[in-house]
Design a protein around this ligand. Structure first.
Ligand code: ADP
Length: 472
């Protein structure tokens, strides 16, 4: 039974849970508070009534004591008017003889039959509830020289009962009303609270059904719940962007891979048809096929490098290394491969700088930029490499005097597979991936890479990297 109840509560929407919780709490609070207040008030009023009856009793006793010497039938008749004045509505006073016989009975709106006369030797005060009524009785022995008997006071607590009943109802109705109001307002508040969550849930559902473009609308700014919705929207934006990039990447990659494969296929079918007998076709096609295969291999390798840099976005912390030797070492090997170029190096300013970068990655970045400088230079074969120390970073500039990049193309050279003017570049081997790989590497180490260029004048690639340490 209990288990089923908790199960039922657990399945309720949060809105109802909040409402039920608040209402139960309010109800308990109100019930205990009201009930104890009711009891205390009732007790207090009862004491008040008892006091009253006791005061009246002692007044009567005093009065009778004054006349005590002659308390007999004549006096008793005289006492009556006094008692009549003394008692209030719904009260009864009796003077009772030694044997319990009533000597005098005065009542005001009080049925004598409700209380039977009785002689007592000790005072007694108690209340009884015959049928509908509630009667307070006070008996006290009374003794003088000539008289031995009992004084009896009875009071019908009709007004008192009426009052306490009214009080009870007022409190009950007040309590019920309060619980009702708290339930309704609790529900309203809960509904208000749940609105952003409902919107979020609805959006998640429609993202599931319709795709990544759905967002939570009408976020009222303010509380934690709306910032949750905001967060969700931002997350979805990021997801959408990276999803689109991923898709673009796959499209670009397939497109780039298709060209060499198509060329390869052409040559192979040429070989298949004529090549077996014609040594000239055989030779030419084999050469071309080899070249395309190499190109394919290059693209695939660069793609692999790119995805590797991208997926390891969280930097494995590299040891700080002196940067100058890496640059000089790389240059020395590169110079050997390009004897027709003249390299001017100036890196003394960064000779005491340590940078937290993997030497291999630094070398890769430099090679990509140097390779471009060589590839896109036709006549003025001078290349300069300069290292500068800025406040918290080094700046490595590689400058060539080659064909340059048109101003309009500059923003795109870091895009994957982007090659400036494919016609111009047809003669020069390349995949359009080099600079995007370099950029990924530099970003991985919290650096920045920028290009300045003028067509037919030359290009300047500027690499900034944060300094980790300086040695003296
Ligand atoms: P690629 O494999 O084509 O060299 P990159 O991403 O390295 O790919 O370069 C993108 C494009 O930017 C190149 O196709 C080239 O047109 C242009 N570019 C890069 N570096 C230079 C440079 N030093 N001089 C002139 N153009 C350059």
């Amino acid at each position: 039974m209990m288990g089923r109840f908790t199960c039922f509560i657990r399945q309720l929407p949060i809105k109802w849970k909040l409402m039920l919780g608040a209402t139960t709490l309010i109800f308990l609070l109100f019930a205990t508070y009201n009930f104890s207040q009711y009891l205390v008030l009732k007790q207090w009023m009862m004491n008040q009534e008892k006091d009253k009856i006791q005061v009246s009793m002692s007044q009567l006793q005093d009065y009778l004591n004054e006349k005590s010497n002659t308390l007999d039938a004549v006096l008793i008749a005289e006492v009556r008017p006094y008692i009549e004045k003394l008692i209030g509505k719904n009260q009864l006073v009796r003077i009772i003889g030694q044997n319990g016989e009533p000597l005098l009975t005065v009542s005001n709106h009080f049925d004598e039959n409700w209380v039977a006369p009785r002689a007592v030797s000790e005072p007694e005060l108690y209340d009884i509830t015959p049928q509908e009524d509630h009667i307070l009785i006070y008996r006290s022995p009374f003794k003088t020289e000539k008289f031995v008997g009992t004084l009896e006071f009875a009071s019908n607590l009709e007004t008192f009962d009426h009052f306490s009943q009214t009080l009870f109802w007022v409190m009950l109705i007040g309590g019920v009303l309060a619980v009702f109001i708290s339930a309704i307002s609790g529900l309203a508040i809960a509904r208000q609270l749940m609105r952003p969550i409902r919107a979020l849930a609805a959006t998640i559902r429609s993202v599931k059904e319709k795709g990544l473009t759905e967002r939570v609308n009408n976020i009222e700014n303010g509380d934690e719940l709306s910032s949750l919705a905001q967060l969700f929207n931002e997350l979805m934006n990021q997801l959408e962007v990276s999803f689109r990039q991923q898709k673009q990447f796959v499209e670009d990659a397939s497109h780039e891979l298709r060209t060499p494969i198509t060329i390869l296929e052409g040559h192979l079918s040429l070989l298949n048809r004529w090549g077996k007998s014609d040594p000239e076709v055989l030779n030419e096609s084999l050469q071309a096929s080899l070249q395309e295969t190499r190109r394919l291999k290059g693209i695939v390798e660069e793609l692999l490098t790119l995805t590797r840099v991208e997926t390891h976005l969280v930097t494995e912390i590299s040891e700080p290394i002196p940067i100058e030797p890496v640059i000089l070492e790389t240059l020395k090997r590169f110079e050997a491969l390009n004897p027709d170029f003249e390299f001017q190096v100036n890196t003394v300013k960064i000779s005491n700088v340590l940078i937290a970068i993997s030497a291999l990655h630094m070398e890769q970045i430099l090679l990509i930029v140097l390779d471009n400088a060589v590839k896109y230079t036709l006549q003025d074969k001078r290349i300069s490499i300069e290292g500068l120390r800025l406040t918290n970073e080094v700046q490595i500039t590689i400058e060539d005097h080659g064909i340059g990049i048109p101003q309009v193309e500059l923003p795109y050279v870091f895009d994957r597979f982007y090659r400036v003017d494919k016609a111009r570049n047809r003669e020069i081997a390349g995949t359009g991936l080099g600079l995007s790989i370099a950029k990924q590497f530099v970003h991985k180490y919290q650096g920045e890479i920028t290009i300045r260029s003028k067509e037919n004048e030359g290009t300047k690639v500027i690499i900034n990297l944060p300094i980790n340490q300086i040695i003296n």
